[in-house]
Design a protein around this ligand. Structure first.
Ligand code: FO1
Length: 319
């Protein structure tokens, strides 16, 4: 079976680990990774979501944080601080730096982000084909108003520096309107047997991927069933601050509101947590098949069970 998953960072990566445990060696998984969180720092291109997927599936992730490397050291950051060079709020460790150096060196030499990602995956062997959503630069910015006035800041500054403590007024995927899907993305979607939306952030992760012209249309037109898993349980994000960015696009932080926002033109099936059983009827009324199953990714086996439930629902809604 050919499975395509659209994925953000930590939630997406952990779901993919369960999916890999649930499928067999004959199944092929293509992951279309969000690059809207990418940031240029110290002249280097940092791709947090691609790296989080790569490290998580390749066994190199810092499990507690959910991002960055195991057994990390921080000498470069400390040296940069001595020079008065920041940002201090963004944690790039020494081991992680090596990834950004290799990536940036290859990009400068003329390779595309997809080629670089493939090269990095030769080391990490994630067990999936990892494609960036686009080889073109897309950067999610967030419009806020604070004591400095109204301005748009980089998503990482909003998320990591401000901890999403200020209301997000708008989410702007800068560059998305002219970006092209990376090679292989549209083909993978068209040829998929199942398309999954992991419990990733629906606005800044899945939303950014769908903002690349052609990707939303390809998913909507795909013959394969499209099944999503709610990142919201009991009215709150399982992790992260998804409610903040949902508010910016006028969507309530509930399992059913997120499904309705994707809509029946895009998704055929939706899984909510058993705590949200009451929202099943509203989702089904919108023409989306919905089941309530445990959605807490407490360990790999619990996550594999979620993946099995998503694949089973895909079979039930197959057109
Ligand atoms: N998240 C944090 O909360 N603090 C950090 O300092 C931080 C650094 C960082 C460096 C590399 C990387 O790949 C990810 C990093 N993240 C950090 C995670 C990241 O900011 C977000 O969780 C994702 O972009 C959202 O998907």
């Amino acid at each position: 079976m050919r499975i395509v998953a659209l994925a953000g960072g930590i939630g997406g990566a952990r779901f993919l680990r369960g999916l890999l445990a649930a499928v067999g060696p004959q199944d092929e998984i293509t992951v279309i990774g969000n690059t809207g969180d990418d940031i240029h720092l110290y002249g280097l291109k940092v791709c947090p979501d691609l790296d989080t997927v790569m490290y998580t599936l390749g066994g190199g992730i810092n499990e507690e944080q959910g991002w960055g490397r195991t057994d990390e050291t921080w000498s470069i950051k400390a040296e940069m601080k001595e020079y008065g060079v920041g940002p201090e709020w963004f944690g790039l460790g020494d081991r992680d730096f090596a990834t950004h150096l290799v990536r940036s060196q290859m990009l400068t030499a003329g390779y595309s982000l997809s080629q670089v990602t493939e090269a990095l995956c030769v080391r990490w062997k994630p067990g999936v084909r990892l494609l960036p959503m686009s080889d073109d630069r897309v950067e999610t910015h967030v419009r806020i108003t604070d004591e400095q006035g109204t301005r748009a800041i980089h998503f990482q500054e909003y998320w990591v520096k401000l901890h999403a403590a200020v209301d997000a007024e708008a989410i702007i995927p800068v560059g998305a309107d002219t970006a092209k899907p990376a090679p292989g993305v549209l083909e993978a979607i068209a040829e998929a047997d199942v398309i999954l939306f992991p419990p990733s952030n629906p606005v800044v992760s899945i939303g950014s991927i769908l903002a690349v012209p052609g990707i939303r249309e390809a998913v909507a037109a795909a013959p394969a069933p499209v099944v999503g898993l709610s990142p919201i349980i009991g009215g709150a994000p399982v992790r992260g601050m998804a409610d903040k960015v949902l508010a910016a696009v006028g969507v309530e932080a509930t399992a059913d509101a997120v499904a309705l926002n994707y809509g029946s033109a895009l998704i055929d099936g939706w899984l909510v947590d058993t705590a949200d059983e009451a929202s099943v009827a509203a989702v089904e009324a919108a023409g989306i098949a919905c089941r309530a199953v445990p959605l807490l990714m407490t360990d790999v086996e619990a996550t594999a069970e979620m993946a099995r439930a998503a694949l089973a629902l895909a079979e039930q809604v197959r057109k």
